[in-house]
Design a protein around this ligand. Sequence first.
Ligand code: HEM
Ligand SMILES: [Ca+2]
Length: 635
Amino acid sequence: QDDAGSSCVFMDADIECPATLPYRPVDGSCNNPRYPWLGRANTPLYRLLRPAYADGRAAPRRGHRGRALPSAREVVARLMPQVNHEHLTTHLFVILGQLLSHDVARIDAPKNQATGPCCNTGRGGADDTCMPIPVPADDPFYQHLRVRCLPLTRTNSTTCHSAHAEQLISVTHFLDASFLYGSDGATSARLRSGEGGRLRARVVDVGRGDFGQFPPTDEASADLCTNSSTTCYFTGDERANQNPMLAALHTLFLREHNRVAGALADRNPHWEDERTFQEARRVVVAEWQIIVYRDWLRWLLGEDRVRRLGLVPRGPTARSQYFPDVDPRTANDVTTAGFRSLHSMVQGHFWLGARGRRSETLTEWFDNSAPALERPLGLQRVLEGLVHQQAQDLDRWMDDEITTKYEPVRTRAGRPWGTDLAAIDVQRGRDHGLPSYVEYRRHAGLPEAFDFDDLLDTISWQDVRDLRQVYDHVRDVDYYVGGLMERRAPGAFLFGPSFQVMLEDQFWRWRFADRFFYNFAGFAHSLTPEQIWALEGTSVGRLLCDNVKDFHYVPRDPFVKIGYRGNENVPCESLPKVNFDVWKEYKDGTEERQEEWDSPEEMDPWRRDDQSGWQDGPGWHGGHGWHGGHGWQDW
Ligand code: HEM
Ligand SMILES: [Ca+2]
C-alpha cells in the first residue's frame, strides 16, 4: 500500500508551472503558487485532526482499554436500523451532494491486490491490505444467510514525508467538475470529441421524438459496471454508473457542456476546438461552483452560517481574497465521516416522476443506470423524481437498502443481499486513522467528555443509552456514529457541531484556497467581471429546462420541497439565463477585459495583495478556537 510512498512522486517531482495559466490544469496541479502539487490528483488527503493509529503509524485504532472496538457491522445493526423520517430537502439535494463528493474525493484500493472475499484469511494486521468487517453470529439480517464477515480492502496510502499513513485520492481535490472532465490528461482527451469544443456523446432515440445525448460507452468503461450485461457510461469519474440518479446528473452536465460550447462557438466562429472547449469548461465549472455555493450550500450548512462565513459568492471579487497560505485539499476527516453522513439521507426507493406514483428500488439499479435512463421519458422521470421526492432526514437511521444490500446484489434463498455501506463508513474511519468522536467534539469547542453522560449536552439520553450498550468506553465511539446522533448546532440546518465545524472549514478551503475559483477577478485565468455577472443567470432549474425535453416547469428552489418557504413550481421562461454575448471576442482577437484588471503587475499570479476586501470570514474563521488546522501541516 506504499506505492507512491516509496518515491514520493507527488511532492518531489518538479512540476513546471508557467507564470500564467489561462485555464485550470486538468489534473489540479499548479493551483498553489508555492506547492504546485497541492490539490492534484493522486496526492494524500489533508487532515484536520492528528490521526489515531494504534501503532502511531498505520494500524487501526483500538478501544480505550486496549480491547477491540465493537465490529462496525454490530455498531450499525444495533444503532442504525431503518426508521423513516423525511426531511424537507429533496433527493436532488442529496444526490447533488454525491456528485460533489465524487468531484473532490475518490479513495482506491491497491491495484494488484489478490482478489477474493478478503475474509477468513487470518490476516488483518497493521500492514495488511485486508480489513474485513466481522459479522456477529446473532446479526439480525446476516445470520439467516450465514454471512460472518463483509469484505473490505484498506485504502491506498503513503507515509511519504510523514510518520503515519496518509490516504491518497485519485481525483483533483478542487470543485472543478472533474467528474465531467476527468482528473488526468489521457482521460480528458478521450472524453473530448475534438470538434467544436464538445465532449463525446451518444445521441439516442429514446422514443417519443426525444433524441437526447448520453455519455459515451466505451471498452474502458465496460468493466466499471459489475453488471456486465449492461451499457456502461464513460465519464470523468468511474462511479458515474453507480445509480441512475447520479448518472442522470452526469448526463445533465454533459449536455450543458455541449450546449455552452455551441453557444460560445456561435459567437466566436473563428475559435478552434481547443479554445472553445477550454472556455466552455471554464463556464461549466463556474456554473457548478455557483450552484453549489450560492444555491446548495445554504441547505447543507444553514443560510446564516454561510452568509457569515462569506461563502455566498456574488459577482467578481478581488484576487486578494485568494488565500495561498491555506491548504486547499480535501480533508480526510470530512470525506471519510462528515460528508458521508449524507448516506443517511438516501432514499432506498427513488421516485420516477413528480408524484411518486412509481418508484424503483435502489439496489436493483446498482451499476445499471443506462437502461433506466435510455427509455421513453427515462431521464426525465428520474430527474422529476429527484426534484420532488423528499430526502430522508440526517440522523442515525439508515435505509436497509444501503445497510444490507449495497453492491453485489446476490440472492441466497430468494433474498437479495449485499454489503453494508454504513458499516463500511465506520470501518473506513478506522482504516484511515480518524480519532474518536470525543476528539472531534473537543475540536468543535464542546467540553471534554470523560464519561458517556458528558455527551448529554448534544446527544439525547436515549441515544447515549444505546451508545453505552455498544461501546465499552466513551472514547471508543466512532466519529461517524457520534456525529450522526448530535442535535443540530445553533444556526445549522442539518449537522450537529462536530460535523458542522469540519464542513464549514472544508467549504471555506475549497473556495478561498482554490486560486481558480470562478469569481476571483484579476488573474490571467479570470473570467471578466461582465462574464462573472452573466453567470449569475445559471441554476439547476435552468440546466433542467435547457437540456431535458419536456421540462417546462421546475421548482423555484429544487433543493427543498414545494411549499416550504413559499417554494413553488415556476415556468422555465420565468428563470434567468446566462447571456453568452459577453463571450464574444473583439475583432482584434483580444478578450473583452476591464482595464482595471489589466496592469502587468496585477497579472502576476504569485503576488499577494492585502486582504482589505475581506468581509467577515477570516475574523470568524481564524479567530475561533475551532480552527486549529488553518495553516500547513508539518510534513
Ligand atoms: C445514492 C446512494 C449512495 C451509494 C450507494 C453510495 C455508496 C458509496 C460507496 C460504496 C462508497 C465507498 C465506500 C468505501 O469503500 O469506503 C461511498 C463513499 C462516499 N460517499 Fe457515498 N453513496 C451514495 C450516496 C452518497 C451521497 C448522497 C453522498 C453525499 C455527500 C455520498 C458521499 C460519499 C463520500 C464523501 C464518500 C467517500 C468518498 C471517497 O473518499 O472516496 N454518498 N459511497
Ligand atoms: Ca475535482
